[in-house]
Write a protein that binds this ligand. Sequence first.
Ligand code: FAD
Length: 370
Amino acid sequence: MKILVSGAGTAGLCAGIDLARAGHEVEVIERTNRLRANGSPIDVRGAAIETARGMGILDAVLENRITMTERTRFVDRSGTAVAPLVGQEINETPDDIEIPREDLMGILRQALPEQVDLRFEESIAMLADDGDRVAVTFASGREADYDIVVGADGAHSAVRRLVFGPEEEFAEHLGVYVAIGDAPGQATPGERVTEILNLPGRFAGVARYRDKALGIFEFRSGPIDYDHHDLDAQKRILAEAFAGIEDWKVPELVRTAQDDPDLYFDVLAQIVMPTWHRGRVVLIGDAAHCATPMAGRGVSLALLGAWTLTEELGRHGEDLEAAFTAYEQRQRPHAAAAQEFARGGADLMVPATWEAIEARNTRLRAAQPH
Ligand SMILES: Cc1cc2nc3c(=O)[nH]c(=O)nc-3n(C[C@H](O)[C@H](O)[C@H](O)COP(=O)(O)OP(=O)(O)OC[C@H]3O[C@@H](n4cnc5c(N)ncnc54)[C@H](O)[C@@H]3O)c2cc1C
């Protein structure tokens, strides 16, 4: 079949790899002018480890694994450690494979078969599904027909908006925003320490791995009205959220994050939909079921979803309804579990009051293995 995949994040690249290897003719389009490979290290875990093996990328993933020598600790306003982040609190298990997001994106890019048509600075402007084909008009003005369109364009999916309805219908705001930016000067090569300062409703931290350091921020807020693609607006919102905070390294971390042209900023909102397919259009990854970074499972769900969709298309052939339904039935339990886990994340990582911060720290100190 001739398949268009919108979005070249982990879900889109995995779909490109799996579908092309299954013999389909695949085009992958990405709105930006390059792969967006920044962000903090992510986990390949659970069933996604077997998926990575099936895709033939497990060895490369293991080679780039970050060794589990990490120490994550909460600090007070002067930088003194006050509590550890205990692995079981974030559901870590020994078989989790942690890897820098940029490394995983590089591995997926390399694994993408040559015959996949990967196009940057391209997006869908309009699509019309007449039952036999999906006619797509692109932002560039190009027009083409496909048997299937796969929406892998992330939490703010344009395919979802065009086919299923506005984002507000499906987004469940967790009441927290996140930002991740470079923190040069904070790296400690060879030693992997992540430090986090909590103030009520605020989290500012520095995550270090290899010779890199990232500033990570979370803050509680009701919905903020801004354009998701407006980097200046994102920087301004970040600065406003931490304005007037002079503690620890916060001013410097905010400043260096604002200097990062690839600053990652987003609302933590889960996507909950009654169905992920309509006609010849199907959603995978965050577009279908974003669980937010609080879940630590976005990448694993993306690997799994693309793989399952490809398998079910292979099993059901031209019967798309049957293939998409089977894909949904297999993928839903994984997505639901990840979303459920993430819902408690704000209270762990961004307690709302000084009392809640202290109670959390006391609990973590008690849970610390001796
Ligand atoms: C820059 C970045 C940094 C991230 N950092 C983290 C992190 O530190 N921790 C974490 O847990 N998760 C992070 N995530 C989210 C994580 O990558 C996803 O949860 C997971 O990989 C599932 O990926 P996805 O491919 O479904 O969505 P995404 O990773 O969001 O990828 C979607 C892709 O689609 C592209 N796109 C968007 N709109 C369109 C459009 N209209 N047309 C064509 N293409 C479009 C985007 O540019 C992007 O490349 C990050 C995502 C991004 C984009």
